[in-house]
Design a protein around this ligand. Structure first.
Ligand SMILES: [Fe+2]
Length: 201
Protein backbone atom coordinates (compact mmCIF):
# COMPACT_ATOMS: atom_id res chain seq x y z
CA UNK A 1 0.00 0.00 0.00
CA UNK A 2 1.36 3.37 -1.00
CA UNK A 3 1.04 6.00 1.71
CA UNK A 4 0.61 9.57 0.66
CA UNK A 5 -0.12 11.43 3.82
CA UNK A 6 0.71 11.69 7.49
CA UNK A 7 -2.82 10.52 8.23
CA UNK A 8 -2.24 7.29 6.33
CA UNK A 9 1.06 6.77 8.08
CA UNK A 10 -0.70 7.48 11.40
CA UNK A 11 -3.29 4.77 10.71
CA UNK A 12 -0.56 2.31 9.68
CA UNK A 13 1.38 2.98 12.87
CA UNK A 14 -1.78 2.54 14.93
CA UNK A 15 -2.42 -0.82 13.26
CA UNK A 16 1.13 -1.84 14.06
CA UNK A 17 0.57 -0.95 17.73
CA UNK A 18 -2.77 -2.74 17.77
CA UNK A 19 -1.09 -5.89 16.50
CA UNK A 20 1.71 -5.43 19.06
CA UNK A 21 -0.72 -5.02 21.96
CA UNK A 22 -2.79 -8.07 21.05
CA UNK A 23 0.39 -10.15 20.78
CA UNK A 24 1.52 -8.90 24.20
CA UNK A 25 -1.85 -9.79 25.67
CA UNK A 26 -1.35 -13.39 24.50
CA UNK A 27 2.23 -13.55 25.80
CA UNK A 28 1.69 -12.07 29.27
CA UNK A 29 0.00 -15.13 30.85
CA UNK A 30 3.08 -17.20 29.89
CA UNK A 31 5.36 -14.58 31.43
CA UNK A 32 3.28 -14.49 34.62
CA UNK A 33 3.51 -18.30 34.87
CA UNK A 34 7.26 -18.25 34.21
CA UNK A 35 8.04 -15.60 36.85
CA UNK A 36 8.94 -16.75 40.38
CA UNK A 37 9.27 -13.42 42.16
CA UNK A 38 5.89 -12.39 43.53
CA UNK A 39 6.46 -8.68 42.88
CA UNK A 40 7.35 -9.47 39.28
CA UNK A 41 4.26 -11.67 38.89
CA UNK A 42 2.17 -8.84 40.28
CA UNK A 43 3.79 -6.28 37.95
CA UNK A 44 3.04 -8.50 34.93
CA UNK A 45 -0.52 -9.09 36.13
CA UNK A 46 -1.16 -5.37 36.56
CA UNK A 47 0.33 -4.76 33.13
CA UNK A 48 -1.93 -7.41 31.62
CA UNK A 49 -4.94 -5.41 32.87
CA UNK A 50 -3.42 -2.20 31.57
CA UNK A 51 -2.77 -3.82 28.20
CA UNK A 52 -6.47 -4.71 27.92
CA UNK A 53 -7.16 -1.00 28.34
CA UNK A 54 -4.51 -0.13 25.74
CA UNK A 55 -6.27 -2.37 23.25
CA UNK A 56 -9.61 -0.72 24.07
CA UNK A 57 -8.19 2.78 23.67
CA UNK A 58 -6.81 1.87 20.27
CA UNK A 59 -10.17 0.38 19.25
CA UNK A 60 -11.82 3.64 20.30
CA UNK A 61 -9.39 5.61 18.16
CA UNK A 62 -10.02 3.34 15.16
CA UNK A 63 -13.75 3.98 15.58
CA UNK A 64 -13.15 7.73 15.69
CA UNK A 65 -11.11 7.44 12.49
CA UNK A 66 -13.64 5.09 10.92
CA UNK A 67 -10.81 2.65 10.20
CA UNK A 68 -10.38 -1.08 10.77
CA UNK A 69 -7.97 -2.44 13.39
CA UNK A 70 -6.90 -5.14 10.96
CA UNK A 71 -4.34 -5.35 8.21
CA UNK A 72 -0.96 -5.32 9.88
CA UNK A 73 1.17 -7.75 11.84
CA UNK A 74 3.81 -6.19 14.03
CA UNK A 75 6.90 -8.25 13.18
CA UNK A 76 9.06 -6.30 15.58
CA UNK A 77 6.90 -7.34 18.53
CA UNK A 78 6.67 -10.89 17.21
CA UNK A 79 10.48 -11.10 17.32
CA UNK A 80 10.76 -9.58 20.78
CA UNK A 81 8.17 -11.93 22.22
CA UNK A 82 9.82 -14.89 20.51
CA UNK A 83 13.07 -14.04 22.25
CA UNK A 84 11.27 -14.00 25.59
CA UNK A 85 9.79 -17.38 24.80
CA UNK A 86 13.21 -18.78 23.88
CA UNK A 87 14.54 -17.67 27.24
CA UNK A 88 11.72 -19.48 29.06
CA UNK A 89 12.46 -22.63 27.06
CA UNK A 90 16.12 -22.51 28.10
CA UNK A 91 14.89 -23.14 31.65
CA UNK A 92 17.45 -21.10 33.53
CA UNK A 93 17.48 -20.94 37.32
CA UNK A 94 14.31 -19.17 38.56
CA UNK A 95 16.17 -16.06 39.78
CA UNK A 96 18.03 -15.79 36.50
CA UNK A 97 14.84 -16.34 34.54
CA UNK A 98 13.18 -13.51 36.46
CA UNK A 99 16.04 -11.15 35.55
CA UNK A 100 15.80 -12.28 31.92
CA UNK A 101 12.02 -11.83 31.89
CA UNK A 102 12.52 -8.24 33.03
CA UNK A 103 15.04 -7.70 30.24
CA UNK A 104 12.58 -9.09 27.69
CA UNK A 105 9.65 -7.10 29.10
CA UNK A 106 11.62 -3.85 29.09
CA UNK A 107 12.51 -4.34 25.43
CA UNK A 108 8.79 -4.69 24.78
CA UNK A 109 8.04 -1.55 26.80
CA UNK A 110 10.67 0.49 25.01
CA UNK A 111 9.32 -0.62 21.65
CA UNK A 112 5.84 0.46 22.70
CA UNK A 113 7.07 3.74 24.17
CA UNK A 114 8.69 4.59 20.82
CA UNK A 115 5.50 3.64 18.95
CA UNK A 116 3.10 5.51 21.22
CA UNK A 117 5.32 8.60 21.34
CA UNK A 118 5.24 8.67 17.55
CA UNK A 119 1.48 8.26 17.11
CA UNK A 120 0.75 10.73 19.93
CA UNK A 121 2.86 13.32 18.08
CA UNK A 122 1.17 12.51 14.74
CA UNK A 123 -2.27 12.84 16.37
CA UNK A 124 -1.37 16.30 17.66
CA UNK A 125 0.01 17.33 14.29
CA UNK A 126 -3.24 16.16 12.66
CA UNK A 127 -5.34 18.15 15.15
CA UNK A 128 -6.74 14.98 16.79
CA UNK A 129 -6.41 16.18 20.36
CA UNK A 130 -8.72 13.61 21.95
CA UNK A 131 -6.80 10.80 20.28
CA UNK A 132 -3.49 12.39 21.30
CA UNK A 133 -4.70 12.41 24.91
CA UNK A 134 -5.75 8.75 24.81
CA UNK A 135 -2.39 7.79 23.34
CA UNK A 136 -0.60 9.86 25.97
CA UNK A 137 -2.44 7.97 28.74
CA UNK A 138 -1.17 4.68 27.36
CA UNK A 139 2.30 6.13 26.86
CA UNK A 140 2.36 7.16 30.53
CA UNK A 141 1.38 3.66 31.65
CA UNK A 142 4.06 2.06 29.49
CA UNK A 143 6.60 4.44 31.01
CA UNK A 144 5.47 3.62 34.55
CA UNK A 145 5.72 -0.10 33.85
CA UNK A 146 9.23 0.36 32.49
CA UNK A 147 10.28 2.25 35.63
CA UNK A 148 8.67 -0.33 37.91
CA UNK A 149 10.57 -3.12 36.13
CA UNK A 150 13.83 -1.19 36.49
CA UNK A 151 13.28 -0.76 40.21
CA UNK A 152 12.39 -4.44 40.70
CA UNK A 153 15.55 -5.41 38.85
CA UNK A 154 17.76 -3.04 40.77
CA UNK A 155 16.29 -3.58 44.23
CA UNK A 156 16.20 -7.37 44.27
CA UNK A 157 15.89 -9.48 41.15
CA UNK A 158 19.27 -8.78 39.56
CA UNK A 159 20.92 -9.31 42.94
CA UNK A 160 19.20 -12.67 43.40
CA UNK A 161 20.19 -13.66 39.87
CA UNK A 162 23.80 -12.77 40.60
CA UNK A 163 23.77 -14.85 43.80
CA UNK A 164 22.39 -17.74 41.77
CA UNK A 165 25.70 -17.89 39.92
CA UNK A 166 28.76 -16.92 41.85
CA UNK A 167 30.76 -16.40 38.69
CA UNK A 168 28.26 -13.62 38.24
CA UNK A 169 26.38 -12.36 35.27
CA UNK A 170 27.00 -8.87 34.00
CA UNK A 171 25.00 -6.62 36.23
CA UNK A 172 23.71 -3.90 34.01
CA UNK A 173 22.13 -1.82 36.75
CA UNK A 174 18.70 -1.50 35.28
CA UNK A 175 16.67 -4.33 33.82
CA UNK A 176 17.33 -3.48 30.21
CA UNK A 177 21.02 -4.22 30.51
CA UNK A 178 20.80 -7.61 32.14
CA UNK A 179 19.80 -11.13 31.32
CA UNK A 180 20.75 -13.52 28.60
CA UNK A 181 23.73 -11.68 27.25
CA UNK A 182 25.24 -11.78 30.70
CA UNK A 183 25.56 -15.55 30.47
CA UNK A 184 22.68 -17.57 31.75
CA UNK A 185 23.91 -20.79 33.29
CA UNK A 186 22.01 -23.72 34.64
CA UNK A 187 23.44 -24.34 38.02
CA UNK A 188 22.36 -25.22 41.52
CA UNK A 189 21.17 -22.08 43.21
CA UNK A 190 21.42 -21.40 46.88
CA UNK A 191 18.13 -21.89 48.65
CA UNK A 192 19.17 -18.87 50.67
CA UNK A 193 18.06 -16.45 47.95
CA UNK A 194 14.69 -18.15 47.65
CA UNK A 195 14.19 -17.90 51.39
CA UNK A 196 15.26 -14.27 51.25
CA UNK A 197 12.63 -13.62 48.63
CA UNK A 198 9.99 -15.47 50.60
CA UNK A 199 10.89 -13.59 53.77
CA UNK A 200 10.12 -10.30 52.12
CA UNK A 201 6.63 -11.45 51.13
FE1 LIG B 1 0.60 -1.47 26.06
Amino acid sequence: MQMNSLRELYVEELKDLYSAETQILKALPRMIRAASNKDLQRAFTVHERQTQQHVKRLERIFRMLDESTRGKKCKGMEGLLEEGQELIKERPEPEVLDAGLIAAAQRVEHYEIAGYGTVRTYARQLGEEEQANLLQETLNEEGETDKLLSSLAESSINIEAEQGDDEGMESGGNGSGTGRSGGVRRRATTKRTKRATAARR
